[in-house]
Design a protein around this ligand. Structure first.
Ligand code: HEC
Length: 111
């Protein structure tokens, strides 16, 4: 039976969270809560054969900072820009790490 890794489960939670963020932002709401512990990206076990590559290491903290910025109400930027920047960083890492989910992640962008 296929057992998703801890990291795969976390990625799916990240996806679901951002899908809900997108709906909130489009509805004009201001998201303030980040229910996920993003530091798990540093510790979660990955699927066998996957590892934290050079590309992973160069994007992981950029991503974390950009995802947190969406919930930072003191940021003087519009939410759509902050949100799309975070999703852009999902894509930057996925470009070399795990290309399968790219079309799905692209749909998260707010047009
Ligand atoms: C720093 C690199 C990196 C960032 C940032 C990143 N991912 Fe991933 N993602 C990966 C890797 C590597 C895997 C494969 C993990 C595994 O199989 O253990 C993955 C797996 C996935 C999967 C597939 C999970 C499965 O069921 O196999 C989805 C969906 C996903 N990511 C969505 C996202 C979304 C949405 C974001 C941003 C909110 C994001 N990722 C940010 C590297 C990243």
């Amino acid at each position: 039976m296929y057992q998703p890794s801890e990291m795969a489960n976390f990625m799916n939670a990240l996806y679901a969270f951002n899908k809900q963020l997108k709906a909130q932002i489009i509805a004009g709401e201001t998201p303030t809560r980040l229910p996920l512990d993003l530091l798990k990206l540093h510790s979660a076990e990955m699927t066998e054969g996957k590892y934290r590559s050079q590309n992973w290491r160069s994007f992981v903290n950029v991503f974390i900072t950009s995802q947190e910025a969406v919930m930072d109400t003191l940021q003087n930027k519009d939410l759509k820009t902050l949100y799309n920047t975070a999703i852009g960083n999902c894509l930057s890492c996925h470009k070399t790490e795990c290309t399968g989910p790219i079309p799905k992640i692209k749909k998260l962008l707010i047009q």
